[in-house]
Design a protein around this ligand. Structure first.
Ligand SMILES: [Zn+2]
Length: 262
């Protein structure tokens, strides 16, 4: 079974350094945030691959970030290049078509807290439509209130999208931590809802083995590298401590991600 880190961040150099500087207000981070170092660390951490998730903090950024992703990330063949969008982007339908169809970017990241928007924003409809067709999963960091946290009521913005686009696969970043009970309820209702186990800064996602065993193939490992104070090995050890089954662990550590993006 391949080992995939499905939540890794990389950006064009200037943006990568700006994101790093902003996050270091919360505490020190190790290693360069630039793409060559990020790519190397994926291998050093023992992964066969990673999803690279750049994100747009405002409108007008996505077009150049997506061009960068398509040009630079494939230099490292073990990485899956991602796209990003902001609902206020000009000519969003054309931008989506360019990224997902012409450039063939295979995964999308939407950062609602950094970009201050909701997934139920009607301007995102062209993204849901095109991603349903190309099969690109959409990793959504939901919630706009706290430092990376998602409130249970903010998860209510997802059902309208999951219902309207049954072929669309949404990966809820951080499993909606700390509102994880609500996440499990939504996963029960919507088979197209997946979730990643990326910590929120230094706080691991609040889920136990029973919760993780309940949805085979739908939980994904994520480290938030290079912008996490926790090493991937620490996060993986936690699965052992929780006592998840061997099968669930293999799926989390890469089986599920490699099925979603072969
Ligand atoms: Zn992240």
């Amino acid at each position: 079974m391949p080992r995939i880190d499905s939540h890794v961040h990389a950006f064009p150099d200037r943006l990568a350094l700006a994101v790093r500087a902003a996050l270091e207000a919360a505490g020190p981070l190790e290693g360069s945030p630039l793409l060559p170092a990020v790519a190397e660390r994926v291998r050093e951490a023992g992964f066969d691959g990673a999803w690279i998730l750049p994100y747009a903090h405002r409108d007008g950024v996505a077009a150049s970030v997506n061009e960068w992703s398509a040009a630079e990330v494939p230099r490292y063949p073990w990485l899956v290049p991602g796209a990003t969008f902001h609902p206020a982007d000009e000519a969003l339908p054309a931008l989506v078509h360019r990224a997902l169809v012409e450039l063939g970017l295979r995964v999308v990241k939407l950062h609602c807290s950094v970009g201050s928007f909701s997934p139920k924003d009607p301007r995102l409809a062209p993204l849901w439509e095109t991603a349903s067709e190309t099969g690109a999963p959409i990793v959504i960091h939901a919630g706009q209130k706290g430092f990376g946290d998602t409130a249970a009521d903010e998860l209510e913005d997802l059902p309208p999208v999951l219902e309207a686009y049954p072929r669309l696969r949404i990966v809820l970043a951080h499993s909606g931590h700390p509102a994880t009970r609500r996440t499990l309820e939504l996963m029960e209702r919507f088979p197209n809802l997946h979730a990643d186990l990326t910590p929120v800064w230094d706080r691991p996602v609040d889920l136990d083995a029973a919760g993780l065993d309940r949805f085979p193939g739908r939980f994904l490992f994520g480290s938030d590298a290079p912008n996490s104070p926790l090493a991937p090995a620490t996060l993986e050890d936690r699965l052992t401590t929780l006592g998840v089954s061997h099968e669930t662990r293999a799926s989390i550590m890469g089986g599920a991600a490699s099925e979603m993006v072969p």
